[in-house]
Ligand binder design. Structure first.
Ligand code: ADP
Ligand code: MG
Length: 770
């Protein structure tokens, strides 16, 4: 609640009328306070000039904010029913409406001649009804056919849903109106289906109509999205009211210099021009979202996003951290033990990590690399640097299976180096667990590998120096924060297998430095991927049989939307049984799912690794991290139910050795358009970046990012896919501001700070601990 303090020695002269209204006498001084309910409270105090100025600004701001929060039902023309409809679409208050931008525009500056109507275009024209008739299609479906025309020609209009009674009332030969709709071409004939009609009054002409309804004629009209069940005309009227009354309450927060450098316009002006463009506006640009106004909206949002990220990052840079020394004691030893050389990409990323670790500030680095590029090894090398300095390392994995897998790999190398590694999962109980906790607290173990849950429990480290999060495609800032508090500003390394397009990575992980492993170890053959339909099932089984005969192994993946969905779990178990009994009686079939006890899982995985089973039927628990190079076939059942990145992760389980591997995506054949697209993308490429981009295109950035989960503010207008250039420009400006004034305390920046806190809400604080 903003409190206006007027405290010092001078008085604020108020007009008599105001004094009277407020119940004050000449010579009184006041303090103003706006209550939660918007009521103005007045107290007597003494004032000075600067205090008055500040008070006026604060007061004004809070009035503006209050106005923008006006519920839609208080807008002229919005009744309870419309208010409810709008609320369902996320438009509850004036501010929501202001930023609901038109998604296209209709040019009604002048009307088309009927002979000039263009197929494929959305046209508006003035015509007279020449004839109308209810007809039937060959299939017996009734439709209304109307011929309308002007002096230049005529066109056929059709309605496939119509009311015969209403039809008789509405249609009359000679009646004149304005028609709007999309023109389609059938052979030589142009038609419009279900056009909108605006009738002229009896005896009136076009000029009269235009004069009667200037909001809908003779101008460029906005067309709004999200309006099923709502008339554009209604919405337009509401928007006009909202803009006319409230656009002045929209404040500009971008620094003037930034606005000038990037040729932006004030937000209020931009809103006005976007909702109701002037007569000479550029229609093509409006329709493409490419006007200065559009750029302004995106810039404004992205600037505040980046400003938040810049602050987080500068906080990290300023913090005191551990300056590790690179002694090579263990790292050199490990390199000698490895049966291969590091790839150039691994080497480069490793030196970036080491440079960070040597600085006296906490490292916050993201290592991004496609499935199978060798992130685990890079993580282990970083861990060794910390161990060389007598610090402990925590490695967090998203699932137990993955934690166990990491443990097996890492513990094998570390045994050879004489380094103690412990596994800590939520499945562990009683004595075994307290023994591990004790080892960690006493500093007798150097590397602790576990799941999120366990790291968050009562684990106390003796000397935590480095936290590694193998978070795959989960973007949790929260975990980072918790892990960080387990030590005194330890270094943090995040590994992700989701190849995120650059501009997106800057957004999601804007406060992290980015390293990319963009190279796979040599000798890998790309996985050959094919979509197969149910009818080919026996051939698919044939392929598995052939591979097993060659000494290879196979995965069969069963979708499980939720680990708790028992029926599907049963389906996976039944599938395994059916395969073992009826299809592959001569082969050994294993079953793995997330609800098994850790020991069971371990023994199933162990058996598969040791080639004691030929086929592993599994749910998506194997999505990440599982590494069995001898497995060369993967069959994904109901592949259409999986998301793209999930399919890519799954497929990464094969093609890990030098043998040719295959992935078969079995599908029921009833594919949605998106489902079909996803499977075809998988067939066409193995490149994680291309897949991520396709994913982004199919799903849209909101879904792809899960902004909420990432702890970032949502965008109203900005579209990261489209606005990559704007994002980079906004990032540059925001980071420059923070570099000059890290606390945002200088005059102009204080306002920025306020606005930043408002937009990020609690998320900035959450982020700040990360
Ligand atoms: P991811 O990046 O998916 O986590 P992993 O770390 O699981 O990949 O590595 C996949 C496989 O590649 C492992 O078997 C690992 O031992 C192996 N590997 C890692 N680096 C190299 C390398 N430079 N040359 C050959 N094989 C490597
Ligand atoms: Mg991995």
């Amino acid at each position: 609640m903003p409190i206006v303090k007027l405290t010092d020695a001078k008085t604020l002269p108020l007009p008599d009328a105001v004094l009277e209204a407020l119940g004050l006498m000449a010579g009184d001084s006041v303090s103003l306070e706006i209550g939660e309910d918007g009521a103005l409270m007045v107290r007597r105090v003494v004032v000075t000039e600067p205090v008055i100025r500040e008070a006026t600004t604060t007061l004004q701001q809070s009035i503006h904010r209050k106005n923008l929060q006006t519920p839609m039902q208080f807008i002229k023309g919005v009744g309870p029913k419309l208010a409810e409809q709008l609320a369902k679409k996320g438009i509850s208050v004036v501010e929501d409406a202001l930023f609901l931008l038109p998604h296209r525009y209709e040019d009604r500056r002048s009307l088309s001649k009927v002979s000039k109507l263009r197929p494929g275009a959305h046209e508006v024209f003035y015509a007279e009804v020449l004839s109308f008739e209810a007809k039937s299609t060959k299939g017996g479906k009734r439709f209304l056919e109307v011929t309308a025309g002007d002096e230049s020609g005529s066109i056929t209009l059709k309605w496939f849903r119509f009311n015969p009674v209403f039809m008789k009332k509405t249609w009359r030969v000679g009646r004149k109106g304005v028609f709007t709709g999309e023109v389609v071409q059938y052979g030589f004939q142009k038609e419009i289906h279900h056009p909108e009609v605006e009738w002229l009054d009896e005896g009136a002409d076009l000029a009269a109509l235009t004069a009667r309804d200037p909001l809908n004629f003779g101008r460029i009209l906005p067309v709004y999205p999200l309006t099923e069940g709502l008339h554009q005309k209604t919405l337009r009227k509401v928007m006009k009211e909202v803009i006319d009354r409230f656009v002045i309450d929209v404040e500009n927060h971008l620094p003037l210099g930034v606005m000038e450098r990037h040729h932006l316009m004030p937000l209020d002006e931009a809103l006005r021009e976007t909702h109701f463009p002037g007569h000479d506006a550029d229609l093509a640009r409006l329709n493409n979202g490419a006007t200065v106004a559009h750029k302004t909206f995106s810039f404004d949002e992205l600037f505040f996003l980046e400003l938040g990220l810049a602050l987080k990052r500068s906080g990290i840079v300023l913090e005191q951290g551990i300056a590790f020394q690179v002694t090579h004691k263990y790292t050199r030893e490990l390199l000698k033990l490895l049966p291969f050389h590091l790839t150039d990409a691994q080497r480069r990323v490793l030196s970036e990590i080491k440079n960070d670790m040597m600085l006296p500030h906490p490292m916050h680095r993201l290592v991004q690399g496609d499935v199978g590029c060798g992130k685990t090894l890079v993580a282990l090398m970083a861990a060794l640097v910390a161990v060389e300095n007598d610090y402990q390392v925590a490695i967090m994995a998203p699932t137990e299976i993955l934690a166990e897998q990491h443990f097996l790999t890492i513990h094998r190398w570390c045994d050879a180096l004489g380094i103690k590694v412990s596994l800590l999962t939520s499945g562990m109980k009683g004595k075994a667990k307290s023994a591990v906790l004790e080892e960690i607290a006493a500093g007798r173990t150097s590397i602790v590998i576990g799941t999120h849950a366990v790291i968050q429990e009562k684990v106390e480290f003796n000397r935590l120096g480095l936290g590694i999060i193998d978070e795959q495609h989960r973007f949790g800032v929260l975990q980072r924060g918790i892990l960080k508090r387990k030590g005194i500003n330890p270094d943090i390394l995040v590994m992700t297998a989701t190849p995120i397009p650059r501009t997106l990575a800057m957004t999601v992980f804007g406060d992290l430095s980015l390293s990319v492993i963009d190279e796979l170890p040599p000798g890998r053959t790309p996985v050959e991927t094919r979509v197969a339909f149910e009818s080919r099932r026996s051939q698919v089984y044939g392929i598995i049989r052939e591979e097993v005969k060659k000494g290879r192994q196979a995965y069969i993946i069963y979708p499980l939307v939720e680990e708790t969905e028992k029926s599907e779990l049963k389906a996976a178990a039944q599938m395994a049984e059916h395969l073992a009994r009826d299809v592959f009686p001569e082969l050994r079939v294993g079953l793995l799912h997330g609800r098994m006890k850790p020991e069971e899982k371990e023994s199933v995985m162990g058996a598969f690794k040791a080639r004691e089973t030929d086929i592993l039927v599994a749910t998506t628990v194997i999505e990440v991290g599982i590494d069995v190079p001898n497995a060369t076939v993967m069959v994904v059942e109901h592949a259409e139910r999986f998301g793209l990145s999930q399919l890519h992760q799954l497929r990464g389980r094969v093609g890990r050795g030098s043998g040719q591997s295959r992935c078969i995506l079995l599908s029921s054949g009833q594919l949605s358009e998106d489902g079909e697209k996803r499977l075809r993308v998988m067939e066409s490429t193995n490149d994680g970046f291309r897949i991520a981009e396709a994913d982004l295109e199919i799903r849209g950035p909101g879904d792809f990012l899960g902004t909420r989960q990432a702890g970032l503010p949502d965008f109203r207008v900005a579209n990261i896919l489209r606005d990559g250039r704007i994002l980079e420009a906004a990032r540059g400006e925001a980071f420059a501001v923070v570099e000059r004034d890290p606390g945002l305390v200088d005059g102009e920046n204080a306002g920025l700070r306020q606005e930043l806190v408002r937009r990020w809400g609690g998320r900035l604080e959450l982020a700040a601990i990360a």
